[in-house]
Every structure is written in C-alpha cells, then in structure tokens.
Design a protein around this ligand. Structure first.
Ligand code: CA
Ligand code: CA
Ligand code: CA
Length: 461
C-alpha cells in the first residue's frame, strides 16, 4: 500500500567522538590493547562475574565476525555511510557503573533472555535488561528509568526507548567504537520495518558494523553521552545475590511470566519471551476523531470513535463504537469502487487506491478484509506522529445506521506484537466510503478517524 512520508528530524549536528585518555579498568582494556584476543579475555572476565546460570560461551572474536547475519527479515548490520548524522561518543563523559542495584526500582526486574531471538517486556518500574546474548532481542522497557546492557554482536530493538529516562551500559564494548546515527531506509512493513528505518535511531559498533540497538520513533539527536555508561566486572557481580533483596528467580525457556514484585527472569539458549504479566499494565479507552488522523488530517468530519481493549494471555480483544461519520466503513457495503464523492486526501487515483487495498483479502490470522485496520506507529504522544499503511490486523466493523456502528476484534498477538502494543505503538484507522444517507458526504478512503493506542492510553502499573 501507499508509503507515507513521516516527519523526521533535520538539522542534526555531526560531532566527531573524541576519545579520552584511557583508564586501567577492565572494560577499557580492549581500547588500550586493541587485539581481539584481549577482547575475548575481557568478555570472559565479565562473564565470570555473572552467576553461573547466566554465563555464556565466548564464541567469536571480531576477526571471524559474520558480516551478513539476518534474523527473520532483519539485517543486523549497517554500513556507516547508510546512516545519517553519525556521531561518536566522548568516552571521557561516560561514567563507570560499579553496581546495578541502584538502577533497579523498588519493584523493578532484572531480565536476561540470553541467546536467541527473544522478546522482553519490562515493568512499570526501573528495570535492568541484559541485551548481550549475541542474539536479537525485541524489548519494551515499560516506564521507569530503564537500563539496557549492550554487548558484542547482539542486536536490541527497543520499542519504547525514552531518551529522557532510559540508558545503555556498555559491556565488553569500547566506547570509542560506538556510533549514534539516524537510519535512512524509507522502507515500511509494520513490525517488519527495517532496523535502519528512517524513523529509528541506531547505536552501532563501528568495528563490526553490527547494530547494537535500534530505537524506533526516536531521534538520534536526542541520544548522547547522558544515555551511556561503562559496565564493569563489579557491576556484573552486583547481580549475583539479588535473592537477598527479595527477587524471585524464574529460569527456563519459552514464556516466563513475572510478578508484580521484583523478578529475576533468566531465559535459555533458544527463543524466549520474558513477560511482565497481564497485571503489569492497563489500557485506557482509546478515542479518535478526524483531528487525530495522520498523515492526512480530516477537519471536516464530526465522526468520533471509542475503543476499549484488553490484552490477556496474548489475546488482544477490542470492542467499541463509532458515530457521526460521513459515510459507511470502507468495504462494509461489499463495494469494489470508491464513491465518486469520497475525499481521497493523499492524491491517489481512486482505482489504484482500492485495488491496493483489495490485494490483501485477509490478515495473517485469516480475518477478512475490512476498512478498519490495526497499524504499527505511534502518534499523539510525546514522540511525534508516524504512520505506516501496512495492515497488522483487520477489525470487524458493522454499521448500525449510515453514520454509526460497532467495531470488534480478537487477535492472537505474537510476543513482538504484544511488545509493540505495550510500547504504545499501535493505532486503528477507520477508512470510510459510500454515502449511505444521501447527504452528499461519502467519507474518506484515506481514513476518517485514527484511534491511537499510544503511551497516554497504554499504561504500565
Ligand atoms: Ca534466549
Ligand atoms: Ca521499566
Ligand atoms: Ca516484576
């Protein structure tokens, strides 16, 4: 379907990273020696400081790094000339963490998914998430001041990184090799949008061109030294006796669900889902109107929508109503053409527009085509406004008269989709068409109401 041009930041300054004189602490040993053997030794030391159940094999050195790994549809590397506004870190401005205890809120969790293609959903308090298992992690941190530990050859897609509150700790990584930049890839695709999307800030290890972190809907200009600290052997050791502080440890594989209190969740070598629990959040009623449409704002409809939602056992259930619309919901009349009186705000040819819609007769779960869609992208909260026409799911939209009706949807979300929902990154768009009451208004095939499940609606408890 049609691509939208989202507003992305301009005017980023490019600051060359100036490396400070190196101190003698362990994490900087790589920088002073520079050999991959030294780096491997350091990684071993950091590893040994962890509890035995969390230790991982040190499997490769930068010299035998595979430069084309792909997880799912994701390319984990990016060349620096494919990134806008690249800037380094001034290592002298980075503090060195010697304990993670102070970074854990009174109900915060310590989460380590280890190797694999994992999903991690943190809590409403300040969590520590170890994203250093050499795999690919999709992370929603929740609220609080969250810490994500970055390590070599691990990619972390953080769906709700907040530059004002969240930060990274570098473990076994030389600050001199860290580059912050903005993606340039215009590609869309819902949750499959490329890691180097134009909407994403990137944290890259320039030595290997590995994407260490990709931050959808974050501006690289908002990320700086304030978001980084250096790790240490002592910091890892501080996580050894969390039981004494009341942490409940659960380890295993697959889905591991935390409690409302302190949790220590440790995944295995495969694909894990570390989950905050269904009682870790609530979803307020989401409201929308023509004024919340983006990118094609509609000021001329009086239509409004309200949607109530719950996520339980991975199933998203949505019910709601719309009223005072100018037209029927698109496709509710079995139509194959756009009403000539309908307003197409993006300039598309009506036939091309509807033909593109009709190319996707059902969604991934087999729900039949409708003109009421679940989409990936936030709008209406502090992050700015984004849109992506890729359909995540089709809702059922049943008119009760020519201007109003009922909306419902029941979707089995995969773990990454659950993470996106809880990150406040989904929205519903109601496309309309066909003048039902003959008042000459035939709706908006580009969307009459947008309803955002953004951070003001989805709240961690
Ligand atoms: Ca794992
Ligand atoms: Ca959190
Ligand atoms: Ca918890």
């Amino acid at each position: 379907m049609e691509a939208f041009d989202n507003k992305t930041q301009q005017n980023q300054s490019t600051a060359a990273g100036t490396a400070a004189p190196l101190s003698s602490d362990a994490d900087l040993a790589i920088a002073s020696k520079g050999s991959s053997a030294q780096a491997t030794e350091l990684e071993k030391a950091l590893n040994e400081a962890l509890p035995s159940e969390e230790s991982q094999a040190v499997i490769s050195t930068p010299d035998d790094h595979n430069h084309s790994p792909v997880v799912g549809k994701f390319q984990l590397h990016v060349e620096l000339d494919q990134v806008a506004s690249a800037k380094g870190l001034d290592a002298s401005k980075l503090s060195r963490d010697t304990s993670f205890r102070d970074n854990l809120g009174s109900k915060g969790d310590y989460l380590n998914p280890k190797e694999g293609n994992n999903v991690v959903i943190g809590s409403g308090d300040s969590d520590v998430i170890r994203g250093a298992g050499r795999g690919f992690n999709t992370i929603t941190t929740g609220t609080g001041k969250d810490t994500i530990i970055l390590g070599q050859e691990t990619t972390n897609r953080i769906l709700d990184f907040d530059p004002n509150n969240d930060r990274f700790v570098l473990s076994g990584l030389n600050p001199k090799n860290i580059v912050i930049g903005q993606g340039k890839n215009p590609g869309k695709g819902g949750l499959d949008q490329p890691l180097d999307s134009v909407n994403n800030a990137l944290i890259i290890d320039k030595k290997t061109e590995h994407i260490l972190a990709t931050l959808p809907f974050v501006k690289a200009s908002d990320i700086s030294e304030k978001n980084f600290a250096r790790g240490s052997v002592e910091a890892n050791k501080s996580l050894q006796n969390l039981k004494d502080d009341g942490f409940k440890t659960q380890r295993g594989s697959g889905k591991i669900t935390g409690t409302q209190g302190h949790d220590r969740l440790i995944g295995g070598g495969g694909d894990d889902f570390l989950y905050v629990g269904d009682d870790g959040f609530k979803i307020d009623t989401a409201k929308g109107s023509g004024a919340t449409e983006f990118p094609f704002r509609v000021d001329t409809t009086s239509g409004t929508t309200e949607l109530k939602s719950e996520l339980k056992d991975g199933v998203l259930r949505v019910t709601g109503d719309y009223k005072d619309f100018d037209a029927f919901p698109l496709f509710s009349q079995g139509e194959k053409e756009i009403d000539p009186k309908a307003k197409i705000l993006n300039g598309s040819d009506p036939k091309a527009l509807i033909d593109n819609f009709l190319k996707v007769p059902k969604d991934v779960e087999g729900n039949a085509i409708s003109g009421t869609h679940l989409h990936f992208s936030p709008s209406g909260d502090s992050r700015g406004s984004f849109a992506d026409a890729t359909v995540v799911r089709y809702f059922t939209n049943t008119p009760t008269d020519p201007k109003s009706g009922k909306i419902s949807g029941e979707f089995e979300l995969n773990p990454a989709e659950q993470a996106a929902l809880l990150a406040g990154n989904f929205y519903t768009n109601i496309h309309s068409n066909v003048d039902g009451d003959g008042d000459g208004k035939a709706g908006y095939p580009t969307g009459e109401n947008r309803i955002n499940f953004n951070r003001d609606v989805v709240k961690f408890t």
